[in-house]
Design a binder for this molecule. Structure first.
Ligand code: PNS
Length: 166
């Protein structure tokens, strides 16, 4: 059976923790689609298409753009339905701690209720388990150094787009 996994998230912005999940997950599945998704509970600084474009640059810089990794974005609608449209049969999420697991488990169950798609969790690497997009945005907004937390392309993008940091 061919495994086509979707790795969904807001990625606002895409961090080194996200990149670590992509690099590890892409070795486990036949095809991985990073899906930049709107989160109805979050106001994002840029549209999902712009965030997807930046992730493309990050994968190129990391030298993993030649693996079976694709990038799509979802500006409205249900994740589970988009997975069906893409022909994906698995959702992959990274979990850093028990709070992440509490947040992710109901979503995994609802996604399975909706279309039958299963979710698998990858434990975050310890060196990245304290990194969140929210903290990165805060540090960037206060002009701190975010290079420890995000790929270079993202750090440069944050520095040159100060209006989106909040
Ligand atoms: O990175 P995030 O913001 O924690 O990711 C959450 C996300 C975007 C994966 C989630 O909000 C989502 O799936 N949004 C799409 C709308 C949807 O399908 N909602 C029902 C999911 S149970």
């Amino acid at each position: 059976m061919t495994i086509h996994a979707v790795y969904p998230g807001s990625f606002d912005p895409f961090t080194l923790g996200h990149l670590d999940v992509v690099a590890r997950a892409s070795k486990l599945v036949d095809k991985l689609t990073i899906l930049v998704v709107h989160n109805p509970h979050k106001t994002t600084s840029t549209d999902a298409g712009a965030r997807a474009q930046l992730i493309k640059q990050v994968l190129f810089d990391a030298g993993i753009e030649d693996r079976q990794i694709f990038i799509e974005h979802l500006s409205e609608g249900l994740l589970a339905e988009r997975c069906e449209e893409l022909g994906a049969n698995l959702i992959i999420k990274g979990v850093r701690n028990s709070a992440d697991l509490d947040y992710e488990t109901p979503m995994a169950t609802v996604n399975r209720d909706l279309t039958g798609i299963e979710t698998m969790f990858l434990a975050a690497s310890p060196e990245y388990s304290h990194i969140s997009s929210t903290l990165v945005r805060q540090v960037a907004a206060l002009k701190g150094n975010v290079k420890l937390y995000v790929p270079n392309a993202v750090a440069e993008w944050l520095a040159s787009n100060p209006e989106v940091n909040r």
